[in-house]
Design a protein around this ligand. Structure first.
Ligand code: 5AD
Ligand code: SF4
Length: 475
């Protein structure tokens, strides 16, 4: 039997895709062709890879974890910092070796770097066959067909509508417990350092019902946690075309939380300017909406924030954090931080350090500034902080955050948390790992009868700098 679209004949788009997943699991050896895919960058990119996998499944492609023998070698790329692009270039050299060994194989570059470099990719990296931007994945089959006839193909058209709402992702590398759901695409914010608005286009929100259907399907498949993804989830806004009713992010959160009280709901990323009381109330009032907000500050200094075009200043951000702790006292907050942005002084850098301490972040993603071609900052401000200073400031930020995370963990000793069992600990097969509502990882000894996907109550007894350790006290 040919495992292609014809054999997947369910009447709803979601059902149809699910059938594709069954093929992946049960008929691995029967796929006529193989694709090998690597993903880089943010969670959104990994979620996109699962959409691409779904599209390829319908075309008769099955996944392989080996480059050897693959008919299609794909790389889903990130452009956010120069380093990310350097990594992709290195991987492409390795892909090219595999291509020479696999007669007739093709290489495809997907995602943000494809969008940024467009047809330049075909000129610069001679052995790339197809270049596909984040809104053009539906076109992959025809681009492959074209390339098979010697026509190298590029589709980097950005869309104002595409949300891939009807495509149910094929869950790759899944632990069977947690999954991502993409709820919107693009970004309208224009932070001056950021290339995302150029590579992922204008912001658009996905149909509420398709999101709830995806969450329901995941629950029925045994998943216990979904993370709603978008560049700026708090500005989710979807108008029902029939009733004209406008659904906000807070309302979406509640709809997803109601799929089942045992389905944990997380979300990322929140922009401080858009997260509002309604979202906080939704978290407070629903046990299964996790008490965790990723709220990037980027810099703790108001002048730098203005140059970054973040639209808030230090005080405004602090008021937002105060409000979160007021409404949800045990909420964990994490951040993204950039050091050495254009013209940043030592005193301004100190403002970033002090806010890390003040906000009590449980963790942060920390970077030194990397100028990206075409961004507002690249056009307007000289990249004038030398690399050594950028890196030294970054190290100071990292050291302080590690200390703050440790402090936070020490405060958890003696507390009991509800933990979702996510898997076996990497360090010991006698231990499970799982996270609490605040997104902190806890390691605890396995107990008979408890399996992956269960909820257990774990009392914290100890902590390392990064990880809590505890014991199951009840289930
Ligand atoms: N340089 C360094 N870090 C950046 N980020 C985005 N653009 C840049 C850049 N040009 C960081 C921001 C953002 C995270 C996803 O990546 O902190 O929140
Ligand atoms: Fe980039 Fe700012 Fe949009 Fe985040 S909110 S993707 S940092 S422009």
């Amino acid at each position: 039997m040919n495992p292609t679209a014809e054999s997947a004949t369910h009447n709803t788009p979601l059902g149809e895709e699910k059938q594709g997943e069954v093929y992946l699991a049960e008929r691995k050896e029967e796929f006529a062709k193989r694709y090998y895919i690597e993903s880089y960058g943010c969670a959104m990119n990994f979620a996109d890879t699962e959409i691409v996998a779904s599209i390829l499944t319908k075309e008769g492609y099955g996944p392989t974890e080996e480059m050897d023998g693959a008919d299609l070698l794909l790389i889903n790329t990130c452009s956010i910092r120069e380093k990310a692009e350097d990594t992709v270039r290195k991987r492409l050299k390795i892909f090219n070796k595999a291509k020479r060994a696999n007669k007739g194989a093709m290489i495809g570059v997907l995602g943000c770097m494809a969008e940024r470099l467009k047809s330049k990719f075909l000129e610069e990296e001679k052995l790339v066959d197809i270049v596909v931007g984040p809104d053009a994945y539906r076109d992959i089959p025809s681009l492959i067909a074209g390339a098979e006839h010697g026509n190298k193909g590029v589709n980097v058209l950005l869309s104002r509508e595409e949300t891939y709402a009807d495509i149910s992702p094929v869950r790759l590398d899944s632990n069977g417990v947690s999954a991502f759901i993409s709820i919107m695409r693009g970004c309208d914010n224009m932070c001056s350092f950021c290339v995302v608005p150029f590579t992922r286009g204008r912001e658009r929100s996905r149909d509420l019902y398709s999101i709830v259907a995806e969450a329901t399907e995941l629950w029925e498949q045994g998943y216990k946690e979904v993370t709603l993804l978008g560049q700026n989830v708090d500005s989710y806004k979807w108008e029902n075309p029939e009733t004209k009713e406008v659904v906000s992010f807070a309302q979406l959160l509640v709809h997803v939380a109601k799929v089942n009280p045992k389905l944990r709901v997380r979300f990322s990323t929140s922009h401080p300017k858009d997260i509002d009381d309604e979202v906080m109330f939704a978290i407070r009032d629903h046990h299964n909406i996790c008490n965790y907000i990723h709220l990037p500050i980027q810099s703790g200094n108001s002048r730098i924030l203005k140059l970054m075009n973040r639209t808030y200043d230090r005080e405004w951000y602090m008021d937002k954090v105060k409000r979160i702790y007021e409404v949800i006292p045990d909420c964990a907050i994490s951040s993204d931080i950039i050091t050495g942005f254009c013209s940043e002084t030592e005193e301004e850098h100190q403002d970033t350090l002090s806010i890390i301490e003040w906000a009590k972040y449980t963790m942060s993603y920390m970077f030194y500034y990397s100028e990206r071609p075409g961004t507002l900052a690249a056009r307007k401000y000289p990249d004038d902080i030398d690399l050594k200073t950028k890196k030294r400031r970054l190290q100071e930020v990292v050291d302080l955050q590690l200390e703050m995370s440790h402090q936070h963990n020490l405060n958890d000793i003696g507390k009991t948390f509800e933990v979702l069992v996510e898997g076996t600990s990497k360090k010991s097969d006698q231990d499970y790992k799982g996270r609490n509502s605040q997104n902190k990882m806890i390691i605890f000894p396995k107990v008979e009868g408890i399996k992956i996907g269960d909820y257990v109550m774990v009392k914290v007894g100890d902590t390392t700098k990064a990880t809590l350790k505890g014991k199951i006290v009840s289930v």
